[in-house]
Design a protein around this ligand. Structure first.
Ligand code: S3P
Length: 165
C-alpha cells in the first residue's frame, strides 16, 4: 500500500496544483495533509499556529503523514515543512517522492510576496529565503525526482513527472 506519488517542496512550489492535476490524469484522488489537519482540527492552519503553536502543528502533521502514507493509489501532497521531521524523512524512503523545486523569486511571487512593497514584505521574503536554503538538503534527501517548476506550466510539470517516475 502506497501513494502513487508524494509531492514535497517549499510554499509556492505548486504542490497542490500539480497534485490535483496528476490525480485527475491518473483518475485517482488527491490527498493533502494540510487539508487533513484542518479537517481534523476544525480550523485553518494559521489558527492552529496562533492558538496552539508550531510544535503542536508539527505533531498533528506527523500523525497526518503517517496516516496518509498508508493510503493506496492516491496522489499525496505534504506541507512545505513536513520534511523537517527525521521520522518522516525515513518513512518517505520507500516512496515515489518528487521535489518540486522553485527559485526564491518565483516562490515569493506565487505566495504574494512580490517586489512591489520591499519595505513591508522584504523581511518575510528574507524568511522565505532562509527557510528554502535550510530545507533544500532535506528535500534533496527524500526526493527520487526533482523538477524545477520555474517557467513551466502545470501541464509540463505533470508531463515530466509522469515520464520520469
Ligand atoms: C509550512 C507550509 C504550509 C503549511 C504550514 C507550514 C511550512 O504548507 O504546512 O503553514 O513550514 O513550510 P504549504 O507548503 O502548502 O504552504
Amino acid at each position: 500500500m502506497s501513494p502513487v506519488v508524494v509531492l514535497v517542496g517549499p510554499p509556492g512550489s505548486g504542490k497542490s496544483t500539480i497534485a490535483a492535476l496528476l490525480a485527475e490524469r491518473l483518475k485517482t484522488t488527491h490527498r493533502d495533509t494540510d487539508t487533513d489537519i484542518e479537517a481534523g482540527a476544525g480550523k485553518p492552519i494559521s489558527d492552529i499556529f496562533v492558538d496552539e503553536g508550531e510544535p503542536h502543528f508539527r505533531a498533528l502533521e506527523r500523525s497526518a503523514i503517517v496516516a496518509a502514507l498508508q493510503s493506496d493509489g492516491e496522489v499525496l501532497s505534504l506541507g512545505g515543512g513536513a520534511i523537517l521531521d527525521p521520522d518522516t524523512r525515513a518513512d518517505l524512503a520507500g516512496h515515489n517522492v518528487v521535489f518540486l523545486d522553485v527559485s526564491l523569486g518565483e516562490a515569493a511571487k506565487r505566495v504574494g510576496l512580490g517586489v512591489a512593497r520591499p519595505l513591508l514584505l522584504g523581511n518575510v521574503r528574507t524568511q522565505l529565503r532562509n527557510l528554502m536554503e535550510a530545507r533544500r538538503p532535506l528535500y534533496d534527501e527524500v526526493a527520487k525526482l526533482t523538477v524545477l517548476t520555474d517557467d513551466k506550466t502545470p501541464e509540463q510539470i505533470a508531463d515530466e513527472i509522469q515520464e520520469q517516475l
